[in-house]
Write a protein that binds this ligand. Structure first.
Ligand code: PMV
Length: 335
């Protein structure tokens, strides 16, 4: 496929730094068709968010692999994940050199805005360039996906679709931009209801969801949701996009509710925030809820309505903080 062929340059040893923003899924990725390649059972659509980024730097040629996350040694799990990803890049580039890898994040920890999507999008870009590869965005998206599925989408800015793909090797499971960040002045208001680490990771949650009796319905109906969202984004129709995004999120959580053992990421304030958004909507302020694998509530709205929605959510008992995010850019090479 065009753009997927790596081009090799001769430079090794230079440090490369890249920065990527987080994204929030409006049509969710929840379940895999191939666990080891992180291939999704369905497509998904997201919005990349400004100001919540991860920067990754990589240099090959050190004596041993070294990595830090926010200037600290990573946990054993994170180290394994990171170095497994560097191994993929080494294999692709045909090199064996050891690497020094650093990531720093602007995303406050525990706010439930998957910084792993931004981290692996930045890492895919920094490590592949440092290894002498010059990958086009579709190939970067496929590489980022190997670290964390949703990272495939953070390569691009604005509204983004990640395709399920059909091929067993996954080379057609890549993201593409649908609408540039400056094209539609929407906001995502994030209500943080709990800063505790989530008890079930997305990876484990997806595995449990796959055994839910509602999972086949989830997979069967995803195509319809994607079509609806794509049309709404093309028409800049906030109500149509918001309603299908809310439906996708609630359906994803319903799959978990019906799993055995059940998977419930919500806390009390999560439900209270939803009701507050629906009450505002009944009064004419258009906000639409989405929730990921955690208790935080994210609300899609027009920029002009964001302050009113943020104020209303700040008043909900149990809400620890509220952030307002504009659409953000795709991955950038900084040095
Ligand atoms: O990319 P992962 O493995 O962190 O999974 C992301 C799962 C959700 O955030 C719940 C949905 C999505 O599409 O981002």
């Amino acid at each position: 496929m065009k753009g997927l062929e790596p081009q090799r340059s001769t430079m090794l040893g230079a440090e490369t730094t890249a920065r990527a923003n987080v994204n929030v899924a409006l049509i969710k990725y929840w379940g895999k068709r191939d666990v080891s390649l992180n291939l999704p059972a369905t497509g998904s659509i997201s919005l990349t968010l400004d100001g919540l980024w991860v920067e990754a730097s990589c240099q090959f040629g050190s004596d041993a692999d070294e990595c830090t996350i926010d200037a600290r040694p990573p946990s054993d799990d994170d180290r394994v994940k990171l170095l497994r990803f560097v191994d993929l890049v080494r294999a692709e580039a045909g090199i064996e050199a050891r690497a020094r890898v650093r990531t720093t994040s602007s995303v406050p920890s525990g706010i439930g805005l998957a910084s792993s999507a931004a981290a692996f999008a930045a890492l895919a870009t920094a490590t592949s360039r440092a290894a002498g590869l010059r990958l086009e965005p579709p190939a970067l998206s496929a590489l980022a996906r190997r670290g964390s599925g949703s990272a495939a989408r953070s390569i691009f800015g604005g509204f983004v679709e990640w395709h399920r793909g059909e091929r067993p090797d996954g080379c057609d499971s890549i993201a593409e931009p649908l609408r540039a960040p400056g094209d539609w002045d929407v906001r995502v208001v994030v209500a943080v209801t709990s800063e505790a680490r989530k008890p079930v990771s997305s990876r484990d949650g997806m595995e449990r969801a796959t055994a839910s009796p509602l999972y086949p319905v989830w997979v069967e109906t995803a195509g319809r949701d994607l079509d609806e969202a794509r049309r709404a984004i093309a028409a800049r129709d906030l109500e149509a996009l918001g309603l299908v995004a809310e439906h996708s999120a609630l359906k994803m959580h319903a799959v978990g509710f019906a799993a055995r053992p059940p998977l419930v990421y919500w806390r009390g304030p999560t439900v209270e925030c939803m009701h507050r958004v629906w009450a505002l909507r009944a009064d004419g302020t258009r906000g639409y809820v989405t929730i990921d694998a955690g208790p935080q509530v994210k609300v899609l709205c027009e920029a002009t309505d964001a302050p009113r929605i943020a104020d209303a959510l700040r008043d909900v008992p149990g809400v620890a903080r509220v952030l307002v995010c504009a659409p953000g850019a795709g991955v950038e090479v900084l040095a």
